[in-house]
Design a protein around this ligand. Structure first.
Ligand code: NOJ
Length: 548
């Protein structure tokens, strides 16, 4: 029986987060670039599929050499996407639709065009000089620790004006900010304060481990560095009590808790560990790597939360797998060299990785929606968009949203020649075939399925609140787990294999009844005394477990 309790205010525990890039979502003024006006018009669509929070990728003024992750002004909107006024209109519409907004906070580095960097390089006595990281001599480790190996050659670049080398973890046009400088940290807080005042509910913290490191030393993180996170969190929570920080931190399980602190640092972290092992499990058609991955992860402080995701706007980073497991994933999901990136990842969208097999895509989404954490999906995933491998690096997975079979996929009314980022117009994933309008009309479409998945996920708060318990099954391909909270228990069963099977599950003691909640085969009852289940290839089932 469900025990009632007061409603708990941690909204992010059971949010449905949808990430998008304003420039590739919808062009509202027909100039060939997506913008805030276009996005504002699409908010009812997002509310309709059940999204409760939008994560906006960087939209600030920028030379756009890394899709806006090279910020030239933290207090504005890139004129390509509209004005600050358009941003406020968008925020108002989001509130009307009951959708929260979080924005990317990219303060590990600035653009080299940022006035702070320009001032810093021009004058050694400038107050901004120490906002960056300099060295008269090229450090011996300049050629290690590049984030984009094969594209980025070094982490220290000579600046003729400053007559010094400057440190950059990422591309050379992204000089690192020196977070050890108190003024830099105060400025970061000012930026947070600005956007909070504009009504956002928090931040996705770009490159969190690099942001706090002792810049330029590449030394392991210590107490002093983690304390910056506490400082930022304190500021955030005083300003806006329910605002959150969602960290991009692809770290080993043993380092995870340092980012959460005692619940006084990051509210959320993307679950990169779970993500990479989920793909390994899919590739091997064996649930064990995923079960093991969740066992490897520490128990989180009660207010902390994972962000569960499949793909994001970068490559699928498989760098934490063993070389053998990584190769196996490459072979299964990105066998050609052009599909791979930086020696560690796959630059494809989910649908083509899974050969467009909707059953397998459903399996993958059912997993991230039922494992402990808050699901984070990305625009276009709900319709199974493809990628364009003719584009360089990560651009392959950043093509415009496909709304309809109209010209430019309904993304823009501009003549094709004026479109900055072209929607996918050829091949199996072209917008004539894969688009929102067509999938709306098709009851069996991925879009309609995702809508139902979101609806059922909202009815299962135990997933967001309760940790997972993995049950014994008689087949390694089948994973069964429960999430339990306030007397309500979900049982989810997933068959990773393409083959049908009959599996037996060791149910928790005291189980009296299993009621079907979600899945493709609702008619098959499960007898609790002999809990045997026939599953089709890639089948999943969500059941409500009654009785203990
Ligand atoms: C991580 C972002 O996800 C990626 O797209 C970007 O290039 C780097 N951080 C640098 O900001």
């Amino acid at each position: 029986m469900r025990q009632n309790g007061p409603v708990i205010d941690l909204w992010y525990k059971n949010a449905i987060i949808y990430s998008l890039d304003v420039g590739t979502f919808t062009d509202g003024n027909g100039d060939g670039v997506g913008d805030f006006r276009g996005l504002t018009d699409r908010m009812p669509y997002l509310a309709g599929i059940g999204v409760t929070c939008v994560w906006l990728l960087p939209f600030y003024p920028s030379p756009e050499r890394d899709d806006g992750y090279d910020v030239a002004d933290y207090y504005g909107v890139n004129p390509r996407y509209g004005t600050l006024g358009d941003f406020v209109e968008f925020m108002s519409q989001a509130r009307e639709m009951g959708i929260r907004v979080i924005v990317d906070l990219v303060v590990n580095h600035t653009s080299d065009q940022h006035p702070w960097f320009q001032a810093a390089r021009a004058n050694p006595d400038s107050p901004f000089r120490d906002w960056y990281v300099w060295s008269k001599k090229k450090p011996a480790d300049a050629n290690v620790g590049m984030v984009f190996p094969g594209v980025q050659e070094t982490t220290w670049t000579w600046d003729a004006r400053a007559k010094s080398y400057y440190f950059h973890r990422f591309y050379k046009f992204q000089p690192d900010l020196n977070v050890g400088n108190r003024e830099v940290r105060e400025e970061i807080e000012r930026i947070m304060g600005f956007w909070l005042q504009m009504g956002v509910s928090g931040f996705r913290i770009d490159a969190a481990p690099f942001l706090i490191e002792d810049k330029g030393t590449k030394a392991p993180l210590g107490a002093e560095q983690y304390a910056y996170l506490t400082e930022f969190r304190r500021f955030l929570s005083w300003r806006t009590g329910d605002a959150v920080m969602l960290a991009e931190a692809n770290v080993e399980p043993r380092d995870t808790l340092s980012f959460f602190g005692d619940g006084d640092r990051m509210n959320m972290m993307f679950n990169f560990w779970g993500n990479q092992h989920l793909f390994l499990a899919l590739a091997r058609e064996d649930a064990s790597p995923l079960v093991q991955a969740y066992h490897d992860l520490p128990a989180l402080p009660p207010t902390a939360q994972w962000g569960s995701f499949l793909r994001n706007h970068d490559e699928l980073d498989l760098g934490r797998l063993t070389p053998e497991d990584r190769q196996f994933c490459f072979q299964e999901f990105g066998p050609e060299l052009t599909m791979q990136l930086y020696g560690r990842g796959i630059r494809r969208r989910l649908a083509p990785m899974l050969n467009g097999d909707q059953r397998r895509m459903e399996l993958a989404y059912s997993l991230i929606f039922s494992l402990p954490g808050t699901p984070v999906i990305r625009y276009g995933e709900e319709i199974g968009m493809g990628d364009d491998l003719s584009l360089p690096e990560r651009q392959s997975v950043r093509t415009p949203m496909q709304w309809s079979d109209a010209e430019n996929g309904g993304f823009s009314t501009a003549p094709a020649a004026k479109i900055l980022r072209r929607p996918i117009g050829e091949g199996e994933y072209r917008y004539e075939r894969i688009n929102v309008e067509a999938q709306r009309l098709d009851q069996a479409s991925l879009l309609n399925w995702v809508e139902r998945l979101i609806r059922i996920r909202k009815e299962c708060p135990e997933i967001g609140w309760g940790g997972a318990e993995f049950l014994k099954t008689t087949l390694p391909a089948v994973m069964a787990h429960t999430c339990r909270w306030r007397g309500q228990t979900l049982l989810a069963v997933h068959n990773f294999s393409r083959s049908r099977c009959t599996v037996r599950i060791e149910l928790p003691e005291g189980t009296r009844e299993l009621r079907h909640l979600f899945g493709r085969n609702p008619s098959q009852p499960i007898i609790v005394s002999t809990p045997e289940l026939d599953l089709e290839g890639y089948e999943y089932r969500w059941l409500r477990l009654v009785g203990n």
